[in-house]
Design a binder for this molecule. Structure first.
Ligand SMILES: *Cc1c(COP(=O)(O)O)cnc(C)c1O
Length: 419
């Protein structure tokens, strides 16, 4: 069977044409931080499958949990029924995040949809007609229409969808840098809130690191001021931690870099360490109580595969493995290596900026036309990276060896130098 041919004729790939114009590689298997291609090549994984495979691939304990649950009960509807894997996961997530009300769903985008709906229902329950959202420029919150309506209008191509997309309000994102000056962004936020607060249900943002919309690291203090302003105007604060969650920024959740808590968080990606699709929305008790005790009474959302037992079991095993891993020190070591190895690119004339936080290393180039060239260079040299636009970045599993990570970094450096 020539499945590369079948793929080419029949399968859409992310953000692509059919057939795809860029090269597609067939993967045979994975193991920890290695990807084995059908053609015999072995690549060190510098992407952790888009923030998700934090334990590396094929973790034995996670697989054991999957098998065990598969024998017992792969799936059961969550309407009117419940099960141990879901209860166990809720207990763990409540303990780790401090948010007591949990909605389990199947993908990050859906958890964002649920968060937006929850915010509107909460405001309605309080007798307020607030249906608009505030978001940051450069944001990314998913690809479904609601989630997309709070993504950066330019990078997510809002104009293609015309009136179909809800109109939301965007403010300047804080300037770059974990200790960066956020005064301009704050000024914009203050002005915008003053003008539009009456219609804004919630402010949604990715805390500390904006991911797919620009790989931008910013000052957590901005979040503390934003929280105060939201309180002043009765606006809910939603932190989308789908990318930042589970240790990537050096704290278990990025909001833990601050002294505040938002009202709602969304998590996904690394929740099952990249083994199965699953996400969640968590809220304060005030939010679940307010909706429940109002005339509305219910949160009107219920995916078919909500709280899928297989995915819950995998999430339970993944979180257990993560907490056993001494992940905080490992992420710190990864950060140190990224900083040391990528430093040389700061003075490269093709490079605009080099920035690192936790398990994330980013090289922003001046030119946005070299992504494919860089990717091909890396694959030729045994490393899997997938730059987009100006952003050449790596997010690695916490189980990566020092040698493997150094190879990833050195390949990034050589790739940029080869331009
Ligand atoms: C990936 C991502 C999403 C969307 O999650 P999917 O599982 O791809 O639907 C939403 N928000 C952020 C911050 C993300 O990084």
């Amino acid at each position: 069977m020539n499945y590369l041919e079948i793929d080419k004729n029949h399968l859409w790939h992310p953000y692509n044409s059919l057939p795809t114009k860029s090269p597609i590689r067939a993967v045979k298997k994975t193991k920890n931080c290695k990807i084995y291609l059908e053609d015999g090549q072995v690549l060190i994984d510098g992407m952790s499958s888009w923030w998700s495979a934090v334990l590396g691939y094929n973790n034995k304990k996670v697989f054991k949990a999957l098998k065990k649950q598969g024998k017992k009960m792969p799936h059961i509807m969550f309407g009117g029924l419940t099960h141990t894997p879901a209860a166990k996961l809720a207990k763990t997530l409540v303990k780790l995040t401090g948010f007591p009300s949990v909605f389990l769903c199947d993908s990050g985008s859906v958890s964002v949809e649920v968060a937006l709906k929850t915010a509107i229902l909460y405001q309605k329950a309080k007798g307020k007609n607030k249906h608009t959202f505030l978001a940051l420029k450069n944001s990314y919150h998913g690809d479904t229409l609601g989630a997309m309506s709070v993504c950066d209008p330019q990078t997510s191509m809002h104009s293609l969808y015309g009136d179909y997309l809800s109109k939301n309000i965007f403010v300047e994102a804080p300037a770059l840098g974990f200790n960066g000056d956020y005064s301009e962004a704050l000024e914009d936020l203050e002005k915008t809130l003053e003008k539009h607060h009456e219609k804004i249900a919630a402010f949604i943002l990715e805390p500390v690191v904006q991911g797919a919309g620009g790989m931008r690291i910013y000052n957590p203090k901005y979040l503390e001021v934003a929280k105060k302003l939201c309180e002043k105007y009765d606006i809910l604060l939603i932190f989308d931690e789908i990318a930042t969650g589970f240790g990537h920024t050096g704290e278990l959740f990025a909001f833990m870099h601050t002294n505040i808590k938002p009202d709602i968080i969304t998590i996904g990606k690394a929740l099952t360490s990249g083994t199965m699709t699953m996400a969640a929305m968590l809220t304060s008790k005030d939010i679940s109580d307010t909706i429940t005790n109002s005339e509305i009474g219910v949160l009107m959302h219920g995916p078919t595969f909500m709280a899928n037992p297989l995915a819950c079991s995998v999430a339970n095993a993944s979180i257990k493995e993560l907490l056993k891993l001494n992940w905080k020190n490992k992420v710190k070591d990864i950060e140190t290596i990224f900083k040391k190895e990528l430093e040389v690119l700061k003075s490269n004339d093709k490079v605009l900026d080099v920035r690192v936080i936790g398990s994330i290393g980013v090289v922003e180039l001046k030119d946005d036309r070299n992504a494919l060239k860089l990717q091909e260079f890396c694959v030729q040299n045994g490393v899997w990276l997938r730059p987009f636009g100006k952003l050449f970045y790596s997010i690695v599993a916490y189980t990566i060896s020092k040698k493997e990570l150094e190879k990833v970094c050195k390949t990034m450096v050589k790739a940029v130098q080869s331009l």
